[in-house]
Design a protein around this ligand. Sequence first.
Ligand SMILES: Nc1ncnc2c1ncn2[C@@H]1O[C@H](COP(=O)(O)OP(=O)(O)O)[C@@H](O)[C@H]1O
Ligand SMILES: [Mg+2]
Length: 505
Amino acid sequence: MVPNPTAEPVLELRDVSKSFGPVVALRSGSLRVEAGSIHALIGENGAGKSTLVKVVAGVHRRDSGTFELGGEPVDFSSTAESKKSGVAVIYQEPTLFPDLSVTENIFMGRQILARGRRIDRQAMYAEAERLFDRLGVRIDPRRPAEGLSIADQQIIEIAKAISLDARLLVMDEPTAALSGVEVDRLFAVARSLRDEGRALVFISHRFDEVFDLADTVTVMRDGSYIETKKVADTTPSELVSLMVGRDVDELFPKVAAELGEPVLQVRGLNRAGVFHDIDLQVRAGEIVGLAGLVGAGRSEVARAVFGVDSYDSGSVTVSGKQVKANDPRSAIRAGMAFIPEDRRKQGLVIDSSVTRNVAGVIRRNIAKAGLLTTSMENRAAGPWAGRLEVKTNALDMNAATMSGGNQQKVVIAKWLATDPKLLIIDEPTRGIDVGTKAEVHRLLSELAGQGLAILMISSELPEVLGMADRVVVLCEGRVTAELDRADATPEAVMHAATHHLEDAR
Ligand SMILES: Nc1ncnc2c1ncn2[C@@H]1O[C@H](COP(=O)(O)OP(=O)(O)O)[C@@H](O)[C@H]1O
Ligand SMILES: [Mg+2]
């Protein structure tokens, strides 16, 4: 059970529940965090992690259960109350005031006053400098917050937390939008705060980060506490099975597909400073998982293969035909489809209807037949959307109001209309709830069963292990392992993904 029940916890939640109308977001959340430790909170999307955090932050009020801070029962009804009690929550994308300076953001609502009750800006700048020095980061305290990277905005939130002398810092998936270097800097800051005796809660679904940073890990599933482990006493395999609650094989009913001819052949692909000597092959009916840490170069390779970015040397062929470098049109003509990670920005025009999204790619073909009318678009889009069971009453429902899972299906539908041989998909289920996640997985599996070659990038280990026929692992822009489904254990993938770390030891 919970280790060290005698040590004094900074935070203790027991059997906390929270519902929103009929939706039970949190069934029975428990978390016990000690001073001077980094506590990872993991679980699949929708497990209730953020809801638990929002109870601690005073964003939500719990329906039942106990909540203690430093041994005292608390019941926050606002974020101001939680702040006053020494709780700081840093979200994935902080919300600073863009027009105010970095320093004004740190001291929001509690200016340092000089004699005569005038605001002492110099003292505030000096204090901000001191905070950044202590965190070992360089940010100009006088510049406006506008235009700062997400990583810098998070650091400013942390500086603010320290200036308020927070004893508990909670970070909800802070690394999702950070580069490798930025993650390293954030982790260095987190470790120094731990060493000062503060308690940190760190939410992540990345096993490498959990094993790199945390001392203790709590697993949640379906809104409930599952187990707490010392990181030193557990393994990625154990955490995967605690997270999914059953064997990976059961969760991802993989359709055994006949593997056909090689569709994608990537040979010796290089881009200075980004990736090196990348060899990849995907056969018809095969799902190849591209695994690795943040910054390993997975998305960069995918973008180069599709031609959105260029490469210095090497070659890309589809069914034996060479694809021109840096030319997505050539890639599409060769039979490639590409669904980038940020669907909202790149893959799907959010403000157009489902029909337009699905028809967009084939618009040119329809237009050839003469006049382009809405009814023609509907006819073209209908069968594809139907085949993918896009759950919308009418095809003209606005894409922005659809769930993440349905949006993802619309994007896939749009591409299927081009009759691709190869689908490259980056983080297929990011931001999608557990229920629809399974549908996206089933769909990909079915499409592979029908002979589509799929190259799938995913940071979620269970997804890679569950879906892929073969796993190619990248580390610092190089292929460090190629594992058949049977050999692709969490340990083997993690080991290859952290190749450079092993060598450095
Ligand atoms: N404000 C809300 N209203 C309705 N449902 C919510 C709300 N917040 C979260 N949920 C639901 O509660 C469940 C848990 O969500 P969340 O705590 O965000 O999970 P996690 O952070 O682990 O991904 C999900 O099914 C989510 O859709
Ligand atoms: Mg969350």
